[in-house]
Design a protein around this ligand. Sequence first.
Ligand SMILES: [Zn+2]
Length: 376
Amino acid sequence: MEKLICTSCIKNAGLRFLAEKLRDPSDKRFFETCGHTGGFLNEDNVDQLIQEFFVNGSIPPSSGGTASVYNIKATGINELTFESELDHDIGLLSQYKPLPLCHYGPPLYKIGATTKYQELVIDEVSGCRRKEIWEEVIRVCKRVTLEPDSIIYRARKGNSLPPALEKEFDSNPNPIEGRFNKSGEKVFYGAFDIETCLHEIRVALTDWIALATFIVKKELLLLDITDITESPPTPFENIGIFIRKILYSGESEYPLCQEFASEIKNRGYDGLISSSFFKQVHKNDLKNIILFGQPAKDGKISMTSTNKINVNFISYEYSFGPMGDNKRLDVKALELLTKQYKDKLKLVESGRLELDEFERFMDYYMHRFMNIMENS
Ligand SMILES: [Zn+2]
């Protein structure tokens, strides 16, 4: 018998959408049991679908790691209950082969918990050791110079267009906290291309968007934290993973990014090159350029042109994952245990059970009770 699964029977919309993309579009079958004539999945398709949907699809946003919430065990049975149409679909997909889904306890480096992160954030080492760590991090990043005449862009958005003056596009004179600056610290956030600027300022269709084009006036010394040369003995010592973790985490890692920037500044750099947060979801290698101080006022860069930007087209690409699962209390087991308890209690009350025997039962009762609760 061919082990084929009818895609029309999949109830979860995202899962069915992915299944339809995976299957051979030219091949259709009639399924007697459900009456559908349509696409189908073979065993390989099912394996791929599970990986894409439950594993890749459950990676949390803004964690700076690549660890999924769910994973597939080598053997065993499914441990997840979603209390939604997904439970039906798991049953459907596992009719020929078990689907041992489980909660994933990933290696810690996959969630960005490298030794550097451990020391800086968890142990909060200070003094010399802290300096030493930053020194190690900075040493593996590439030192680059930006030549005069290079082009840099900076965009601004608002309820109206700002005047086309250089000071309007230099670092914000009253800065609020950003990824690489504490509140009050002046930093210029630019990019090497216009699209990166638009991503970074998170434009809305109601915004007036202004773009300034700058030209570099004198050689600028930059630390490129996207270009790392290292050979760590284990992934836990990997500085690339550490940097990705602090860059791609949300605002929770701002203090560490700010400290990193200040260490770079103290070593005499004019700024740094970093990956755009949006590089994670972009086909191009989007990069930001961050310059300390007020580079236009300081004569390092000069504005050559300003424009109003019109957004013509926005497109999203996406994939699907599951919603959270629901751990379920084993009500039947609890009811059975409660009945056993009541029966024993009646026996004690009527003098038909010795107290020490009841005590032994209570040991068993507590143990079993904890067991049921832990597995719920
Ligand atoms: Zn069907």
